[in-house]
Design a protein around this ligand. Sequence first.
Ligand code: GDP
Ligand code: MG
Length: 436
Amino acid sequence: DTLTDSFTNAIKKIRFHDDEKALTKALDELKKSLLKADVNHKVVKDLVFKVQIETKKRGIGKDQFLAALRETLYELLEVGGNRGFIFASKPPTVILMTGLQGSGKTTTTGKLANYLKNKQKKVLVVAADLQRLAAVEQLRQITAKIDVELYEDESTKNPVEVVTAALKKANSGIYDVVLIDTAGRLAIDDELMGELEAVKKAANPSEIFYVADSLTGQDAVKTAATFKEKIGIDGVILSKYDGDSKGGVALGLSSQVQVPLRFIGSGEKMEDLEVFLPDRVVNRLMGFGDIEGLAEKTSSVIDEKQAKKLTSKIKKGQFNFNDFLEQMESMKKMGSMKSLIGMIPGMGNMSKALKDFDLENSGELKNIKAMVSSMTMKERENPDLLNNSRKERIARGCGLTQVEINRMIKQFKNAGKMAKKLSSKGGMKDLQAMMG
Ligand code: GDP
Ligand code: MG
């Protein structure tokens, strides 16, 4: 059960009129599904209470409930202020990556390096995990793949030595950012904290990031709190927010730990890192899709000009089959399909169905390509031309059934409609109405 489904279910319970009973039912549903999604019980209690008050203030009704829910979620996610990456006033910005073993530190270090590299920053990654077997080799492979420089020295087992030497090199002045990958442990212990304390002293980091595994649910919150208490952390990166993550952790984490959520990792690939933005998460939780996020993710792969053109086309509702195909092609380079699909307006509900969607050898992409290839240029540019006889011809041309063709065209059209609604004034309200 995704949160999106849960909210949608809860929302369905309200039948438009001033119905206290319906509101109670909806709130119950909301509470149950939030708990099921692994949101902390105290957070749930506060949230449900607030939604109740805020809905009543507005007058009981579906729109009012949605607005109250949206506002309450937003407030909850807002805690902490800073988002994304903050550069120190004087380079290099030094980041200490911390977390338990297996939480995703090394992968996230690579993702961050890649993210910064795409922003034309010069990055030095430091291999300071000298505990885990093959940890240095893992980082070697990651940095080679994204073409970012690595500082390593396997002749010592002392991370303080490595960090000190790496920073000496970085301070020669040409690096914008230094990312230090550290060792983790299976659980928090004094040895780990002692080592981190020493590395922290040697590195004098601009910020300390804690990488939390969202699959560990409320444990992620607990360990983050302990790390905050013991060594101090400036931000949390929530990893593995894809797959089977129940998702609820993201909702309570910043308010529970009182440290901002900075990034979200949503896959194993280097591209699968997103700046955490409350509105995006709220939009996605509520199934509205997110044009801004899509455009940003897209622009790191296709060039910015093309991405701008695309966004403006989506907003104007002029998005055609050629764009759709082009989009699919660029998505191939982008890693996780699921997170992207969730960002395409109107396709939020599809993300679950597409959980294991592998674009590189996906039948669906092949089908879409085959379908578009069987269209004339005019049809591609103007989807409205597609009447039954044209669809029949296309189906024959690409060897698909007409049912399949209809389904794909419908998906495409829905995406366009939703996108247009979403970007128009008052679009949110229309969308909410459509969702019922
Ligand atoms: P470390 O021990 O903290 O350095 O963790 P690693 O970076 O080695 O990651 C442990 C495992 O989690 C690896 O198999 C990664 O591919 C995987 N992983 C890391 N981040 C993500 C993520 O955002 N999504 C998914 N699905 N897997 C991830
Ligand atoms: Mg590691």
